[in-house]
Ligand binder design. Structure first.
Ligand code: URA
Length: 254
């Protein structure tokens, strides 16, 4: 049994994530998408962290499509995030969480907000949900170097509460700029907050995940947040279908 299958089995995922013979064509992965199941363990070479004020707004969705300010270079963007005091979360965070992975990745994933562990380490998706996300990506042959991962919010909401509308608005430019720099072939939103932020929609995930969307000309797939999948393992089969669609899109665009 391969290391990948052992890992998936340990997480209780193996039976659900395995590709069924005959039901799905095996795509040819490009070098950039080379299988990396053997490299699952080390946390990514993270993009360092560290600010800039942004506007306040009420209600969803958050304006991520407006073009209010010029694109800062990557280092400046990191600095702006690190020093950000644009919303109240700067008072309760340990540190900001900019993102991790490959700045030139073909696939960019967007989560909701840092949790306790992410706030401590300064990296996104390093807790249990992150482990599941790593294994989901490994199941379609993707490792840490094949993706860039960021969140809608760069600071942890206290007690892991949901992001507030003003917080999402304050952070909106950072994510928009990150996407403009990475220029991924494919974007994936994890959970409803990321989907709502990028799609300007408040539709349910169940409806949004059934079609491929566009964000600034980039194909965007909506799928479940891994933390939700940990709570609702019955939904993993649907998430697996989403992963296969994402892999097909990457293969097609290679
Ligand atoms: N959940 C998220 O949405 N992002 C993280 O970084 C961790 C958990």
């Amino acid at each position: 049994m391969s290391r990948q299958h052992l890992l998936l089995r340990e997480l209780g995922l193996a039976p659900r994530w395995r590709l069924r013979r005959g039901t799905e064509p095996e795509p040819v992965l490009t070098p950039a998408l080379a299988p990396v199941a053997a490299n699952l363990v080390p946390a990514a070479a993270a993009v360092p962290v560290p600010a800039a004020p942004v506007p306040q707004a009420e209600g969803m969705p958050v304006p991520l499509v407006a073009e209010p300010a010029a694109l800062p270079d990557w280092a400046d963007l990191q600095q702006q995030v690190a020093n950000c005091t644009a919303c109240g979360l700067c008072q309760t965070r340990t540190q900001t969480v900019f993102g991790k992975g490959n700045q030139r990745a073909r696939l960019m994933l967007v989560g909701e907000a840092p949790g306790a562990e992410e706030d401590k380490q300064g990296l996104p998706f390093v807790g249990k949900a992150g482990q599941l996300l790593d294994n989901m990506l490994a199941a379609i042959g993707l490792g840490q170097d094949d993706v860039f991962i960021a969140n809608v919010l760069k600071c942890r909401p206290p007690g892991n509460r949901n992001p507030a509308a003003d917080e999402m608005a304050a952070c909106a430019d950072y994510l928009r700029w990150q996407i403009a720099h990475v220029k991924p072939d494919v974007l994936v939103t994890l959970g409803r907050f990321a989907a709502h932020a990028l799609l300007q929609s408040d539709a349910a995930i169940g409806a949004l995940r059934r079609e491929t969307h566009q964000y600034q000309g980039i194909p965007l797939f909506v799928t479940f947040h891994p933390a939700y999948l940990l709570r609702s393992p019955g939904e993993k089969a649907k998430a697996w279908q989403d992963l296969l669609a994402i892999r097909r899109a990457l293969t097609k665009m290679a």
